[in-house]
Write a new protein. Structure first.
Length: 254
């Protein structure tokens, strides 16, 4: 599979619909805490995969679409896993002259049943590949090798999540990275998803140092490569890689 074909990430689209039922002559509130509360509640809701979140607060505050774009981006900022989990979020604002009420409705890329299937599969897979007393690096290697052994690259761009990867045995770079992520989150190791060069891969914290793992590029025909396994930032940069922990350009507000 060519390099150019391996570097496609299916866009993550977040729709933001704001409905205003606000009485006239309302001026912006300077009171602190409201925006932070919205941000924190949205973040916790996404982490818990809640489908509907309702927030209420006293006082008059006129909110525009830009007022919601900031808190939503903050809730997702720096966490590609959360960004990749959400398909859309519709928000409605109601104001009765005394209290404001925000209703956020989330749609996730995986249903609750699909997410539960992935998590159960990951637990069972780890029981078979992780050995007692394995080092942190050994656990990462076992997961890296297992993901590569069961997947092949999906040039169609359809299989961009862990569930689809497991169902079809094929995955885009995002699918590889998300399946690796789901398996590693069952361990005690800290990790991140990173994106750059129209590509997605993983970053793992081992003994206080961050290392990159790119299962997609290590999946070669008939063999497992380790060219992109446990590489430092400097080593990845020597390969021409740049990366970030967010993909705001892929989020569309409308």
């Amino acid at each position: 599979m060519g390099v150019a074909e391996r570097t496609r990430i299916k866009p993550i689209i977040v729709s933001l619909l704001v409905l205003f039922l606000v009485l006239p002559n309302i001026s912006p509130s300077a009171e602190g805490g409201t925006e932070c509360s919205i941000t924190c509640e949205l973040m916790h809701a996404i982490e818990a995969r809640e489908s509907v979140v309702e927030l209420e607060w006293e006082g008059e505050k006129f909110l525009s679409q830009d007022d919601f774009r900031g808190p939503l981006e903050e809730a997702l900022e720096g966490d590609l896993y959360l960004q990749a989990s959400v398909e859309s979020v519709a928000m409605e604002l109601h104001f009765d002259g005394r209290r404001s009420r925000l209703v956020a409705r989330f749609k996730y890329r995986l249903t609750d049943e699909e997410q539960a299937f992935v998590e159960k599969w990951a637990r069972q897979a780890l029981e078979g590949i992780l050995h007692e007393g394995a080092s942190h690096a050994g656990k990462v290697k076992a997961i890296h090798d297992h993901v590569i052994s069961i997947l092949s690259y999906d040039a169609s761009g359809k299989n961009d999540n862990a569930y689809r990867a497991l169902m079809t045995g094929e995955a885009t770079c995002q699918g590889y990275a998300l399946l690796f992520y789901e398996m590693l989150r069952q361990t005690e190791l800290s990790q991140q998803l990173v994106a750059g060069n129209d590509h997605m891969w993983n970053r793992v914290l081992i003994d206080g140092e961050w290392y990159h793992v790119d299962c997609t590029y290590d999946d070669l025909p008939h063999e497992i490569s380790y060219k992109y396994f446990l590489k430092t930032d400097a080593e990845m940069k020597s390969f021409g890689r740049t990366w970030s922990f967010s993909d705001k350009a892929s989020i569309s507000f409308r």
